[in-house]
Design a protein around this ligand. Structure first.
Ligand code: SAM
Length: 239
């Protein structure tokens, strides 16, 4: 898939391609990342990209034209249909289900705001959807775009060395992941649960499922509202 990012700091986004799973996805040709700086599309000696808000008040607002021109250059760079997403604290919350939907697309165009945000008319005319990475305010959309890129990259087939690991992650089946342990078996901080050393795959799977459900109950009971429990899950929770 191809991801284009409109940002005043395109180098920030380029860093995503330098590390870890996203780096591997890019290296393996599963994802390509392209930054577009609206300043390169701004007019005049000062290449202005912002101006004071109408009605007064603090801060600056990003101008329509440099963003519009950067968006159309990015769209024209590849003929495949593209979904334009504005990263915004006012957007719908980013969820794993949304990440799966985005990961299945051929192209994404991510728009990062700065200052007080973007002139509302550009959002209305050019943006397909707004996504938020949480109920807090960042100083720019780049970190949020990096979150989308990372979450989507790890779902590209071949990006993870063990594809099974993504299937077991939190939220994949609606609930939180179970706890994980590695060597040594005994440590001053505690021992590894015996069942994990039993070699009994059925018992291990049951224990993991139970832990996943208990954790979800303790930490994110709201997830049970969206995902109904099966009869066997209910039994595990009651044990
Ligand atoms: N005035 C805006 C508001 O209160 O809704 C906040 C602007 S914020 C300082 C600047 C930019 O950061 C936004 O245009 C957006 O692109 C990005 N941003 C901030 N918080 C975000 C969040 N929680 N999720 C996604 N993007 C965010």
């Amino acid at each position: 898939m191809r991801v284009d990012v409109i940002s005043l700091f395109p180098d920030f986004i380029a860093q995503c391609a330098a590390f870890g799973v996203t780096g591997r996805a890019v290296e393996r040709g599963l994802m390509s990342l392209h930054g577009w700086n609206p300043r390169d599309h701004a007019q005049g000696n000062y290449r202005r990209v912002d101006d004071r808000p109408f009605g007064g008040g603090p801060g600056m607002v990003m101008l329509i034209d440099p963003l519009r021109s950067a968006l159309s250059a990015a769209r024209a760079a590849d003929p495949r249909p593209v979904r334009t997403i504005y990263l915004s604290p006012q957007g719908a919350p980013l969820t794993q289900a949304k990440v799966h939907e985005l990961a299945g697309r051929e192209r994404l165009l991510l728009l990062c705001g700065r200052y007080e945000g973007i002139d509302e008319r550009l959002i209305a005319a050019e943006v397909d959807e707004e996504l938020s990475i949480g109920d807090y305010v960042l100083s720019g959309g780049e970190l949020a775009a990096a979150v989308v890129v990372d979450a989507v990259a790890r779902l590209q087939e071949g990006a993870l060395n063990d594809a099974e690991s993504a299937v077991q992650d939190s939220f994949e089946d609606g609930f939180l992941d179970c706890p994980h342990y590695t060597r040594p078996v005994s440590h001053e901080l505690g021992s590894v649960p015996e069942v994990l050393m039993s070699g009994n795959h059925g018992d291990i799977a049951r224990w993991r499922r139970q832990q996943s459900l208990v954790r979800t109950m303790q930490r994110r009971p709201d997830l049970f509202d969206e995902h109904a429990l099966s009869k066997s899950d209910r039994k595990l929770l009651e044990q």
